[in-house]
Design a protein around this ligand. Structure first.
Ligand code: PEP
Length: 263
């Protein structure tokens, strides 16, 4: 299978937004847009990652849409199962609540909440063992890019997890390349730069896993309706992880439509 036959993914990362009433309204608006003109699941997978407290309510609301929309957790505990771990949400608990997807390694978790490689490996192992699909986020800082180390950093972030992913589990991983300097800044990496990095990531994945050619590699970093068509046209950009623009139903819909129409 060539990379361009991969069904694209468009996933909205709501981060610590919005308040409950606004979240419910946002989903209703998005579902209404899909009612007017649907986007086939065969052309684009769509997911939404709300706050932990909203997961089950949002899931119930999304399950009511005219097509499958996945509910994605923004994080998972490094602790497995259940027990005396105040404040944690384990992979098993997500699975038990029919939440099948989780973001791991978002740069905000790495930078603000101390998610180092050992913690990420534990989270990944727990999520995959519980049967979740993981959206594994990688990306370099501006300083690393300016030092010419972007490619090395990103490939290392993939190698970091290789030891804990079993051969067959690679098919349950989606990679999201998110250069840190492009997240929430309005600065998008150029489609040519993103394509070049995704091609390198693809090569790296192919060396590690037999599923490398078939894995979706998403781009994240100030994706908007205005730049989605150009990004979606690149063969190795298999979708988008969308922050700010996913908080507007029309923008998020247009991004999903751009990817659905591109492949
Ligand atoms: C993100 O947080 O994953 C992200 C890509 O944010 P934004 O689209 O706002 O840059």
């Amino acid at each position: 299978m060539s990379s361009s036959t991969i069904t694209p993914w468009v996933v909205g990362n709501w981060k610590l937004n919005p308040m409950r009433a606004d979240a419910l309204q946002l989903i209703e608006e998005f579902k209404a847009l899909l009612q007017q003109q649907s986007i086939s699941p065969e052309h684009c997978h769509i997911g939404v990652a709300p706050t932990a407290i909203a997961l089950t309510e949002v899931k119930a609301q999304l399950d009511d849409a005219n097509r499958k929309i996945y509910t994605v957790a923004q994080d998972v505990s490094r602790i497995a199962g259940t027990g005396a771990y105040t404040g944690e949400v384990s992979a098993e608990l997500l699975k038990d609540s029919q939440i099948e997807f989780v973001l791991i390694g978002h740069s905000e978790r790495r930078e603000l909440f101390g998610d180092n490689v050992e913690i990420l490996k534990a989270k990944l192992q727990n999520a995959l063992s519980a049967g979740l699909t993981v959206i594994y986020c990688i990306g370099e800082s501006l300083e690393q890019r300016e030092q010419g180390a972007a490619e090395q950093v990103v490939l290392q972030q993939i190698c970091d997890i290789a030891a804990v992913v079993k051969a067959e589990q690679w098919q349950n991983i989606v990679v999201a390349y998110e250069p840190i300097w492009a997240i929430g800044t309005g600065k998008t990496a150029s489609p040519a730069d993103v394509q070049a990095m995704h091609a390198k990531i693809r090569e790296g994945l192919k060396q590690i896993t037999a599923f490398g050619a078939d894995m979706a590699i998403l781009y994240g970093g100030s994706v908007k309706a205005e730049n989605a068509v150009e990004l979606a046209a690149c063969p190795d950009i298999n979708g988008a992880l969308v922050g700010g623009a996913s908080l507007n139903a029309e923008s998020f819909y247009q991004i999903a439509k751009a990817f659905a129409q591109s492949k």
